[in-house]
Design a protein around this ligand. Structure first.
Ligand code: UDP
Ligand code: MG
Length: 336
């Protein structure tokens, strides 16, 4: 049994029946957006009858994100900050935020105001009606470059129709609410190379959907490089699907069959005095087969590397500093 993170934030003393909502935000170079988000978020949440906390995980930003979090935490004790020792990626930042969250439910929300805080009451209504996972589904992908929207469409198509996660919203799953039970379940997963949204979809529970319109970023730009996106696609496929490996076997079988048929054709031609001119056809076969073999070895390597990486059991994240989190949790986090 692995050791799990159990350090907890103090529960707020409020009216006994009020629920506690944890808002979890991964932040990478978002110093200018966080104060704006705080204003909007606190305005919406203070108008509801619940207690709330905001956990911001700074994914080793190069700007003043952590100083901005510290300022907010000084201003409002419901704001808590954690800074990673390096850039671990937003999915790991969300996982870390959920480990620290103490709420009866938690909402994952980006720092860039693309997911409007005004949507929170709708998410909470579905939760109060009994849903344990509530996805905020974008009506459309507005204001995005065609290449980005196309990539996202392809990714969610693969997840829904190839991996078979039909419950994932087709337009993107970045903004969602999870019940305490889902947060507890998440503690038992130790995987590093995985999409947290896919993991949560895979868990099952009672899932519900609400619709919202995604806005444009006021400051900064997207932290998702092409390299990070490709890693996410491969992580999502290898974590939940065995299909690529099966395809390799099928393709291997079909190519071998074609090879045998072609060999028969060459032999028959030779017997009847029309030997097949060799050079070009030989090159075609060698190149096609060589390329396919390398592709398949690469595919196997993706699975193999992930198996090796998970077996190292390195911590999924390392905390460099915290703000407004009781005790120094830097070393506790190493055991997660
Ligand atoms: N983010 C992060 N680490 C990264 C990249 C992004 O924590 O390496 C955060 C980012 O600050 C934002 C959220 O993840 O709060 C969503 O990222 P972004 O807005 O860049 O993604 P997009 O909107 O382009 O999908
Ligand atoms: Mg964004």
């Amino acid at each position: 049994m692995r050791e799990y993170h159990t350090q907890s934030l103090p529960r707020y003393e409020g009216e006994p029946k009020k629920s506690l909502l944890s808002v979890v935000t991964p932040a990478y170079n978002e110093a200018d957006n966080l104060p704006l988000l705080y204003e909007r978020l606190s305005q919406v949440l203070d108008s509801l009858t619940l207690d709330w906390e905001w956990i911001i995980v700074d994914d080793h930003s190069a700007d003043d994100t952590f100083a901005a979090i510290a300022d907010l935490a000084k201003q409002d004790s419901r704001v808590h900050g954690i800074r990673f020792s390096r850039n671990f990626g937003s999915h790991t930042a969300m996982t870390c935020g959920l480990h620290y969250a103490q709420g009866d439910c938690a909402v994952i929300m980006a720092a860039d105001l693309q997911d409007p805080p005004e949507t929170l009451p709708d998410l909470l209504t579905e939760w109060q009606r009994g849903a344990q996972i509530v996805w905020a589904v974008r009506r459309r992908r507005v204001g995005e470059k065609a290449s980005k929207a196309g990539f996202a469409q392809l990714y969610y198509f693969l997840m829904r129709h190839v991996v078979g996660m039909k419950q994932m919203p087709a337009t993107g799953a970045d903004f969602f609410l999870v019940d305490r039970r889902v947060m507890e379940a998440l503690r038992y997963f130790g995987e590093s190379n995985v999409s947290i949204m896919a993991l949560i979809t895979w868990m099952g529970f009672r899932q519900a959907y609400i619709a919202y319109d995604r806005r444009v970023r006021p400051h900064g730009r997207s932290g998702w490089s092409l390299e990070k996106k490709l890693k996410l696609v491969l992580d999502s496929l290898t974590s939940f699907s065995y299909l690529p490996i099966r395809l390799m076997s099928y393709i291997g079988f079909i190519v071998a069959l074609l090879g045998f048929i072609y060999a028969g054709f060459v032999v028959v031609n030779a017997i009847f005095g029309h030997p097949t001119p060799g050079w070009s056809s030989l090159m075609v076969v060698v190149l096609v087969l060589g390329g396919m073999q390398m592709l398949m070895m690469g595919g196997l390597g993706e699975y193999l590397w992930r198996a090796l990486d998970e077996s190292r059991r390195r911590p999924r994240y390392i905390v460099e500093a915290t703000t407004n989190i009781p005790g120094d949790q830097t070393y506790n986090s190493l055991h997660i």
